[in-house]
Design a protein around this ligand. Structure first.
Ligand code: GLP
Length: 239
């Protein structure tokens, strides 16, 4: 079932999303949160930090599992997703960092790392609430447009449009890693709740395709139409 919550702007989207996450953790303190990077969730993370500082939410028993990581970047690199998550959320709330998980982009054996990540997701009982953004080409995590949906954690070659979009965070386009490790579609679809955020007019077309177009691996986010509990929070006019 898809629920679309139309909000006024980015700030309201961030407040709403944070409220939903706070509600989930308060109902279930041992929540397994699936987390995302990108500019979209930054406001949500800011709100979660404020909520934690005000004692509205307690992260001490929460586990987090991130969607993806660039291949070849170590955790200290300032464009790694570990660095991003620590900076925007994980070191600012009372979570035990041992319970925060992100694929290891520097793993020697990538296949083994992907299997380890899937085993980890299984061992914590799957994801309770998965937060998602969406790429301009419809990717979720780094599940890029492809001929088929890939169920498990895997190493992916990033598309040209993704490299271009993400180059804004790097000194130059050449520095953007060409590959990434990403959670697959299965763990996302098995999450008990998916919270999809999108803002900015430039995401209008892809959001319409994802939510109302054909379900196809050419638009990876379109698979979410089949999710049993999808909440979309967006200021985008989807009518
Ligand atoms: C990256 C991440 C995605 C994210 C996307 C959109 O590619 N791997 O998980 O959804 O960026 O980013 P933004 O929110 O900055 O538009």
């Amino acid at each position: 079932m898809i629920r679309i919550v139309k909000v006024k702007n980015y700030e309201e989207m961030s407040m709403k999303a944070a409220n939903i996450i706070v509600g989930q953790i308060n109902l279930c303190p041992k929540t397994v949160l699936g987390l995302a990077t990108g500019s979209t969730p930054i406001g949500t993370y800011d709100q979660l930090v404020i909520a934690c500082k005000n004692n509205y939410v307690d992260f001490s028993k929460v586990t987090t599992i991130n969607l993806d990581e660039y291949y070849g970047l170590d955790a200290e690199h300032n464009q790694s997703y570990r660095y991003f998550m620590n900076k925007h959320l994980l070191t600012k709330v009372n979570i035990d960092l041992h319970n925060t998980h992100i694929p290891n982009g520097k793993a020697g054996d990538i296949e083994a790392e992907c299997r380890r990540y899937d085993d980890l997701i299984e061992s914590v009982g799957g994801i309770d609430l998965q937060l998602l953004g969406i790429g301009h080409n419809g990717h979720i995590g780094f599940n890029e447009p492809a001929d088929e949906f890939v169920p498990n954690t895997h190493c992916v070659s990033l598309g040209e449009s993704t490299i271009k979009a993400n180059s804004r965070f790097f000194e130059s386009r050449d520095e953007v890693p060409k590959k990434a490790l990403t959670m697959g579609i299965k763990a996302i679809m098995q999450a008990k709740m998916v919270l999809l955020l999108a803002s900015g007019e430039e995401k209008t077309e892809i959001m319409k395709k994802a939510l109302f177009g054909p379900i196809t691996p050419a638009v990876p986010a379109s698979i979410l139409q089949l999710h049993k509990n999808l909440i979309v929070v967006t200021p985008i006019d989807l009518a």
